[in-house]
Design a protein. Structure first.
Length: 173
């Protein structure tokens, strides 16, 4: 079967059912892909489609929901390399009506009603507050203000003035 490009960054083959190669409802699929393009632009990174359209036979085989939106070409299970599922789901929030978070992927779909679920393991739920990038092993350099005092002699008035001056200094800590 020859697959066509659906958008600048997605091809029909990414959404085809692994069982039969079908795509289901192409109008719904285009609407889903348009939203995925917007999500991709937010991260400026490729989206990996883990699961797109599923025929009823394949949906049953993988243990999908009886009324899965995958069978209507309205859902995709996705991931983005280097981005946490929590962060993907958060960014998808304004685009998709339904979002499901799992340990290794995010389910997004364009159904007409709102739905949300979180099926991550406890340890992965705790990771949602962590940053996606690896933390630096270098000690941070912070700026500290040092106060220095200088004295000036005024020969006309015969007095001495003290002046406090703040100086920036890099301090490792």
């Amino acid at each position: 079967m020859k697959y066509k490009r659906l958008s600048p960054n997605f091809n029909e083959s990414e959404f085809a059912c692994p069982c039969c190669g079908e795509l289901g409802d192409k109008k719904q699929l285009r609407m889903l892909v348009n939203k995925l393009e917007i999500l991709r632009a937010k991260f400026n990174k490729p989206i990996i489609v883990i699961s797109g359209y599923r025929c009823p036979k394949y949906n049953e085989k993988v243990g999908g929901a009886k009324k899965s939106q995958h069978m209507n070409s309205m859902a995709a299970d996705i991931k983005i390399k280097g981005i946490s599922t929590h962060r993907i789901a958060k960014a998808a929030g304004g685009l998709f009506k339904a979002i499901g978070i799992y340990d290794t992927f995010v389910h997004v779909d364009i159904r007409s009603w709102k739905a949300f679920w979180d099926h991550r393991t406890k340890e992965n739920k705790n990771d949602s507050n962590k940053k996606d990038a690896k933390p630096s092993t270098e000690k941070p350099v912070r700026k500290k203000r040092k106060k220095t005092t200088t004295s000036k002699s005024n020969s006309k008035a015969g007095s001495s003035k003290s002046k406090t001056k703040e100086v920036d200094a890099n301090v490792e800590g």
